[in-house]
Design a protein around this ligand. Structure first.
Ligand code: NCD
Length: 755
């Protein structure tokens, strides 16, 4: 039994918000745990229990008419976009919107549109232009179509790197792609990237032969008839690395249903064969049939065609006992992720209602065979990275999809169909250092050196992270380089690593890697924490301090960096000059991690500060954060404010006028829509403060020590101050704290932040 009372909700929350209380109550319902949400009922029950009154309550006190099931984010490995590479169309955006509303959080877009295709750089660029940053709802990836003439031009490394797979198209009634052309593509396409084809009949035989001769895998899309499926089945039995998908429409509709002119669906006979051989089918897709069936009947097709119908159709089959929920998960998540080496999306899930009957409504202005028909099952909620983005037919969050075309791939298609999910990317493959130059070492620092010995979960998390565009192969110079999503991903990984280190003390993911720390300014926490982190991850550290190095002899920063880059895989730099890390990055073939550049920035400290606030308070949103002290010279607060602007926070800057926050930081925060209040008195804002972030008055930045004397003790955080603060306010300090034995020493709850 679970007793949980909903809060009074004094303020309005966005529809997408699901409190912890709500989620636990929801869990109780989903897992059929008796739940009381009314205080009077709870009291009556407790009283009855205490007085041992007879409780004549039936063992069944409520029944729900449907079951909720949670899938991980689903993947459509064949998303059809009619105007894919046509200028000035929003078809890809619409396709990504349709996908997300249907529970597909990732879509691999077939490079064939309706009369257009992606077959070179120009058409790929056009497709990319059609879905500019920030307009995609779900994640998406592009592929490139093979043609009789482009095998050579596709051999350009950058084009291959920018797409997910090669698609060898066979369009019925059009020029046959000759065996030699197929063979040419198989020979030149990189082995770690999938090859997909919609080949049928004799063409299918030649594709399978080419795959076999080249000893590589191939995925066959939109299988429609008995002969083809039989061939694939036999090939699998012979150990050929072949996988296949069927369009969901092909499972539920036949050409016989729609009459002459409809070619995009199987016959009833072929469809029956597909159902009988479901074990051969690795994946379900939306694919082209919904669109083509529409246009073949003279109806309107759209990028939405057949997408939203996918889960209702499959869930109806579950209700009818023809499929299981596991069958769906394997074919819309586990196998697609494995075959295409896609990154798993953290905290992403699709809640569906199973068994509840609906009459499928007319949606949009396009044709759907389901319109007005009764189906059983629907998408209730789609959660991406922990945030509800779609709820009961309504988008409740702005688009946040990303292009995942270039993420690292591990193609392990040889696994038989309906296998248990395996981590999508093997760490050992990811870490394979094929580096010939130091620049490549720079590129490879994040995530390399991982070994398959560590805990599986962490490796899985790491493997998803390892190709993260914001961190992989990046210098970390300023927090401005991160989006909120990047930070979310980083924190998910940090959380995982923290648990692992707590459990086993160390994780062996950076064995063989060397970090150089180069400090021109004093440091305790930053230097020691980088060193400790490196060692706990199994790596080594070379530390250089300015006073004991050739810097004393007049060596330039550039030369010192060039030298250290020869010894280490990354360099942590602290330097008194603003912009020094940027300068170092210019000369460094390995990543530079800015550990403080004068009064500029301190990105890693700020990341840790945000992580800490999140851990302590659950969320940053809705919180008021007061920054106190030397806001002019304190680099940690400059970085922190930039990061905080990614959240819905209120900011107070409290400092003497001479140590006020730089105007560019203040105006950037205001521009980001954050309410900023500047004042000199802590008392003015103490009562509303959730996080009090205290900084040291930076003596070393004052030209005249007398000026420092005047302001050094302006603020004091002591017991008296805390007694006037909110009960659950937290106090943070990047340290070192000075003049503080009697001040901070009596703080009730202080989070000391060690970077
Ligand atoms: C700070 C720094 O050096 O920027 N400390 C830190 O790195 N954690 C703060 C300070 O020196 O006052």
């Amino acid at each position: 039994m679970y007793i949980n009372l909903p809060s009074k909700n004094h303020y309005r929350r966005p529809a997408s918000y699901a409190s912890k209380g709500y989620r636990t109550r929801r869990m109780a319902v989903d897992f059929a745990v008796p739940l009381i949400t009314n205080v009077k009922v709870a009291k009556l029950l407790v009283e009855a229990l205490v007085r041992k009154m007879p409780l004549n309550v039936s063992t069944v006190d409520a029944k729900t008419s449907h079951v909720t099931h949670i899938f991980p984010g689903l993947v459509n490995i064949a998303a059809f976009v009619p105007n894919l590479a046509v200028p000035e169309t929003d078809d890809i955006v619409e396709a990504s919107k349709a996908a997300l509303s249907a529970g597909f959080t990732t879509s691999l877009i077939i490079p064939l549109g309706y009369g257009n295709q992606i077959s070179d750089h120009a058409t790929l660029d056009q497709a990319r232009t059609n879905i500019s940053d920030g307009s995609a709802y779900g994640n998406y990836a592009f592929s490139v179509a093979a043609s009789p003439v482009n095998a050579k031009s596709l051999d350009e490394k950058d084009l291959q790197a920018e797409v997910r797979s090669l698609f060898i198209p066979f369009v019925p009634g059009k020029v046959v792609t000759q065996v030699s052309v197929v063979a040419g593509h198989f020979a030149s396409w990189p082995v770690d990237k999938p090859i997909v084809s919609n080949a049928k009949g004799a063409d299918l035989a030649s594709v399978l032969l080419a795959a076999s001769l080249n000893n590589r895998s191939v995925h066959i899309s939109d299988v429609q008839n008995k002969e083809d499926l039989l061939l694939i089945k036999l090939s699998k039995a012979k150990g050929l690395k072949v996988t296949c998908d069927v369009s969901i429409y092909a499972l539920f509709f036949t050409k016989d249903q729609f009459g002459i002119g409809v070619t995009a669906l199987p016959t009833e006979y072929d469809q029956a064969f597909i159902w009988q051989n479901m074990d051969v089918i690795d994946a379900f897709t939306v694919n082209g049939p919904p669109f083509y069936v529409s246009v073949e009947q003279g109806e309107k097709g759209s990028p939405w065609s057949g997408v939203e119908e996918s889960l209702p159709l499959l869930l109806t089959a579950v209700a009818d006992g023809r499929l299981s929920l596991k069958d769906i998960q394997e074919r819309l998540h586990d196998n697609p992720i494995r075959i295409f080496g896609l990154p798993e999306q953290a905290h992403t899930q699709v809640e569906v209602v199973v068994n509840r009957s609906f009459v499928y409504p007319r949606r949009g202005d396009y044709w759907s065979p389901l319109c007005g028909k009764s189906i059983k099952g629907a998408v209730h909620r789609v959660v991406v990275h922990g945030q509800t983005v779609f709820l009961d037919g309504v988008f409740v969050a702005p688009p946040s999809g990303k292009d995942v075309s270039a993420a690292i791939i591990s193609h392990t298609a040889e696994k038989p169909a309906i296998a248990h999910p395996v981590p999508s990317v093997s760490i050992s493959q990811l870490s394979a250092p094929s580096m010939t130059t130091r620049q490549m070492q720079a590129d490879a620092f994040v995530g390399v050196g991982a070994t398959p010995h560590g805990p599986a979960l962490l490796h899985q998390t790491l493997s998803h992270f390892v190709s993260h565009p914001a961190f992989h192969r990046r210098h970390i110079l300023s927090v401005k380089q991160f989006t909120q999503h990047d930070i979310y991903d980083l924190f998910s990984l940090a959380h995982e690593m923290r648990l692992q280190v707590e459990r086993s003390g160390a994780i062996d993911i950076l064995r063989g890697k060397v970090l150089c720390t180069l400090f021109y300014e004093p440091s305790t926490r930053t230097s020691a924490s980088f060193e400790a982190a490196m060692k706990r991850c199994g790596g080594d550290v070379v530390s250089v301090t300015a006073e004991r190095s050739s810097i004393q002899k007049g060596e330039t920063l550039q030369d010192t960096i060039r030298t250290l880059a020869c010894y280490g895989d990354a360099v942590v730099l602290r330097h008194p000059d603003v912009g020094s890390s940027q300068l170092a990055a210019k000369y460094s073939p390995v990543p530079i991690l800015n550990a403080g550049d004068g009064t500029g920035e301190h990105p890693t400290q700020a990341l840790l500060d945000v992580y800490t606030i999140r851990s302590e308070l659950g969320t940053l949103n809705g919180r008021t954060i007061t920054l106190l002290g030397d806001l002019k010279n304190g680099r940690t607060v400059h970085s922190l404010v930039t990061l905080l602007c990614l959240y819905s926070v209120g900011l107070n800057f409290v400092s003497p006028a001479s140590l006020a926050m730089p105007s560019n930081v203040v105006s950037a925060a205001r521009k980001a829509g954050v309410h900023v209040h500047e004042c000199e008195s802590l008392e003015e804002v103490l009562g509303e403060t959730d996080v009090l972030y205290v900084t040291r008055v930076q003596k070393e930045r004052f030209a005249d020590e007398k000026e420092w004397e005047q302001v050094k003790d302006v603020y004091r955080v002591d017991h008296a101050v805390l007694s006037r603060a909110k009960e659950d306010m937290i106090v943070m300090h990047p340290l070192p704290r000075v003049n503080g034995r009697r001040a901070l020493g009596c703080i009730l709850f202080i989070t000391l932040v060690f970077v």
